[in-house]
Design a protein. Sequence first.
Length: 53
Amino acid sequence: MKKYQCSVCGYIYDPAIGDPDSGILPGTAFEDIPSDWVCPLCGVAKDQFEALE
């Protein structure tokens, strides 16, 4: 699964870790995160994230 980086603050979403504080369990692919999820550091929308190679 790919990691995704916030284009505003640089936060990296790692599917192996998830975002437990927001209810996103480890193993959750970025594509499977609800559309209303926001960056846990700066609060921007999911569409502000870019896939990392």
